[in-house]
Design a protein around this ligand. Structure first.
Ligand code: FAD
Ligand code: NAD
Length: 426
């Protein structure tokens, strides 16, 4: 026995919220759309979990950050889904998919069939065990992907105020959590294998600015090494982190952010995969024409770069979700997704935005000892990427617009001289 829907979204994260909003805007009928989510709450803005959610004073809590408040649009509470006749099946994992029969089997034993499926299963954190280190299950080792993880992190953090926290990984989770940990009065040390933080995006010069700022807030950095093992007490809690360079760091808690893997397992062997994700075309349609994939799980053609990429950022999840729904409901009016990659972060009083691609030669501009600075990436004679810290709304819009236009850069000295002014003049 089971239920049948015209549209089913598997996964209840950012994509699901924005897709549902777009379905309603385009006139989905009551009873046509269903969302199945392993999480027990309606779709929410995941970025809040490493920012406002972790603050000691007046922390963000649901329902304040349900989708789509992140884009200054209406807040989709469970009541909203009900009023629009959208079935929210929460706390329910999909165990298997049969793409030839157009069915999903849930952990509760229900078979749900669809005409069109949107795969929005996001990603899972990589575990230390995948790097040969055991201890992820210890009571004071935290990962951060969903609300349950965030609640656990808050509890552990509160239970060791004034103690030592070790953050493993120098990427987004590491940087944002380290900021929250010191704000919560933990002595915080970051450990990562690269020469500087945010190695996937930052130049050494940009990274140095953030590292110095973090140090001024009390964060310590141990770079160019990795953890090899933990020491445990008799309760099974971690008491120290052992590093490859021979150092031992005392630890009351550990936060791990060492990257993610897209949740593709339901469809392996059934859909074409690429770059660890589900390969889709410019309409977000997979190798099976009834199945679309969106957000962290999708590898899609990024037109502006002329290649297929998988992006792990919220703006992409929101926009690709809306595009997929447009392609499903109004196929003749919907072209190829034409997306300019956009990443951002906010920590302490800092805030940066990046647009485009970080390949080619880099030119820094602005005042690296002050509040506003940035960088341009020039590849094959064209501007392909722009970074700005501490900009105004207009300045961020200008770097986004300039990057989208990919202007030819004939005079590099002039670009350097103009700095941010170049983007404002394009
Ligand atoms: P998700 O939002 O992860 O949703 C996936 C959903 O699928 C989840 O509800 C999951 O439980 C469900 N699911 C998975 N498998 C199954 C299954 N088998 N059955 C049922 N349900 C299933 N990006 C930015 O650009 N800026 C930020 O500041 C930022 N901050 C972030 C902070 C944190 C803590 C995290 C974890 C990510 C952050 N990101 C940020 C990234 C951004 O949140 C993701 O890119 C975005 O959430 C991707 O949306 P999604 O819908 O593809 O996946
Ligand atoms: P990440 O890819 O940003 O960074 C992973 C970090 O772990 C890197 O510094 C990497 O070198 C390090 N690392 C890898 N193996 C290691 C090892 N064995 N020991 C120590 N360090 C190791 O991934 P993340 O920080 O885990 O973030 C997870 C996801 O959440 C990403 O998709 C990210 O985009 C998303 N996120 C985004 C934002 C944002 O955009 N502002 C904020 C939070 C999370």
């Amino acid at each position: 026995m089971g239920r049948a829907f015209v549209y089913v979204i598997v996964g209840g994260g950012v994509v699901a919220g924005y897709a549902a909003h777009e379905f309603v805007k385009r006139g989905v009928s009551h009873g046509e759309l269903c969302i199945i989510s392993e999480e027990s709450v309606a779709p929410y803005e995941r970025p809040a979990l490493s920012k406002g959610y972790l603050l000691p004073e007046d922390p963000a809590r649901l329902p304040s950050f349900h989708c789509c408040v992140g884009s200054n649009e209406e807040k989709l509470t469970p009541k909203w889904y009900k009023e629009h006749g959208i079935e929210l099946i929460l706390g329910t994992q999909v165990k298997s998919a049969d793409v030839r029969r157009n069915t999903l089997l849930t952990a509760t034993g229900e078979t749900i069939s669809y005409k069109i499926l949107i795969v929005a299963t996001g990603a899972r954190p990589l575990k230390l065990e995948e790097f040969g280190v055991s201890g992820s299950d210890a009571g004071n080792v935290c990962y951060l992907r969903d609300l349950a993880d965030a609640d656990r992190l808050v509890n552990v953090m509160q239970s060791c105020s004034g103690g030592n926290a070790v953050v493993i990984g120098g990427g987004y989770i590491g940087m944002e959590c380290a900021a929250s940990l010191v704000i919560n009065k933990l002595n915080t040390t970051m450990v990562f294998p690269e020469a500087h933080c945010m190695a996937r995006l930052f130049t050494p010069k940009i990274a140095s600015y953030y590292e110095e700022f973090y140090k001024s807030k009390g964060v310590k950095f141990i770079k160019g090494t990795a953890l090899t093992s933990f020491d445990f007490n008799t309760d099974g809690k971690v008491t120290a982190v052992n590093l490859r360079d021979g150092n031992k760091l005392p630890a009351d808690m550990v936060v791990v952010g060492i990257g993610i893997r897209p949740n593709t397992s339901l469809f392996e062997g059934q859909l074409t995969l690429e770059k660890n994700g589900i390969k889709v075309n410019g309409r977000m349609q997979s190798s099976n024409s009834s199945i679309y994939a969106v957000g962290d799980v999708a590898a899609f053609p990024v037109k502006i770069f002329g290649e297929t990429r998988r992006l792990e950022h919220v703006d992409c999840a929101r926009k690709s979700a809306r595009h997929a729904v447009a392609a499903i409901m109004e196929p003749e009016k919907t072209g190829e997704f034409d997306y300019l990659p956009f990443f951002y972060s906010r920590v302490f009083t800092l805030s940066w935005q990046f647009y485009g691609d970080n390949i080619g030669e880099v030119f820094h501009f602005g005042d690296f000892s002050g509040k506003t600075f940035g960088a341009y990436w020039i590849h094959n004679g064209h501007l392909v990427g722009s970074f700005l810290e501490g900009g105004t709304k207009e300045q961020y819009e200008a770097i986004a617009q300039a990057t989208r236009l990919k202007p030819a850069i004939e005079d590099l000295t002039e670009l350097k001289r103009q700095g941010l002014g170049f983007a404002l003049s394009v």
